[in-house]
Design a protein around this ligand. Sequence first.
Ligand SMILES: C[S@@+](CC[C@H](N)C(=O)[O-])C[C@H]1O[C@@H](n2cnc3c(N)ncnc32)[C@H](O)[C@@H]1O
Length: 448
Amino acid sequence: MIGSKEASFIHTDIDNGKKNKLQLVDTPIHSWYQFVLGYPPHLVKYYLSKFNIHRGNLVLDPFCGTGTTPVECMKCGIANWGIEANNMAYFASTVKTNLALDPSELSDTLGFIVQSANYSFNYHHISDGIAFLTPLESQQDPIIIKEIPRLTEEQEKIIPAGFISEKPLYKVQILKTIIDTIEDNEVRAFFTLSLANLIVKRAGNIGFGPEIYRKKAKVDIDALSYYSVNTDHMIQDIKLFKNGRNISNIVHGDSRDVNSCLNSDLKGKIDCVITSPPYPNEKDYTRSTRLESVLLGFIQNKQELRSMKENLLRSNSRNIFVNDTDGEYVRKFESIEKIADEIEEKRIRMNKTSGFEKQYHKIVRHYFGGMLLHLKTLKPFLSPDAKLAYVVGDQMSFFQTYIPTADLLGEVAESLGYKVSEIELWRTRYATATSRSIDENVIILENQ
Ligand SMILES: C[S@@+](CC[C@H](N)C(=O)[O-])C[C@H]1O[C@@H](n2cnc3c(N)ncnc32)[C@H](O)[C@@H]1O
């Protein structure tokens, strides 16, 4: 037995249903742009404390998403590294861990953006409700965007239908064109991230449940009041942490090969890993970030989308490719083979013949094979007493076959010389498809 499902709930003071929610005290910086599939900062705090990690230690999140672990470490003054393969999430993490911006310069630039957008909207006879806002001051002369840029055919093809309506799209495109004129890369990135927030929370016809879904089409939005209030909050956060240091390094890379992401001088130096990789299920992480990724230019066409997917851990039928070989590395694990075989047998018995369904059994093998490669290439970078926390959910997405993700990951880790010290229950989630509760656990590993 490698872990105990009877292990006590962590964070007993928080209701199961609220465990994954951002707490009010944590909103600064974390709220700038978030992932529906991310975990909350209080989980990171819990493990930093449990593992006794302080300033002077080094933390890594190899699947850092929108930067919850790096941002929380930065707030605590703990040096850290993050690795992320999704362009949009990588970008968000880099912006959220950059405190070296001048708040008064940012306020001035915000004034320039909002005034320029206001003039541009007027030029195109687009109303926006800016009149209700106190005008923002700026030293910079506003500009007017006369040509509203259009999406290319290629871009349109990869945005799911109905995710954004025409008028909100115009407003986003005008704002983006103005922001793109900012010369300083870091300042431009800051304002671009606020635009990502506007796209997800205001402009798009999208909701998360936790899958992304299309909501009722919005005819129009109050783009400038939302953008200015949100960006001003971000500037206040920068002021709040003005004595903070930039101690995060975010790498755009594939954590199945940690060697290709981290410099060799980090070997033996990482004291702690707090992370959550994708789970083996049908969630396509690139779809949850697709709208803003395309509108902000992080993915231009199908080829770029595909090459991004190729760098992701194989976890759903939308990112399995013919030349994939990760599954070969876990052939010796009977438990993994048994589950993969059971899925394929069910598919044949149920006469399910879609291309996606035929991939299901492969996902299980490639997923754990990818995690094996990750843990193997990570090991040389760990300090002798390193502690690792991996948040992973059990799954039943493939013909309701139960996948005990944490237990299987534990077997893989033990085969590489890690010790599984504990499996803690983080929360339970009710799966409507199966009318069952399934566990999301934290598997604690020790380097040895
Ligand atoms: C569960 S999310 C992590 C969310 C993160 N904890 C947060 O709070 O935002 C998993 C992340 O792993 C990333 N990912 C998947 N495969 C990867 C790989 N091979 N290398 C690096 N990142 C990867 C996904 O893009 C996704 O952002």
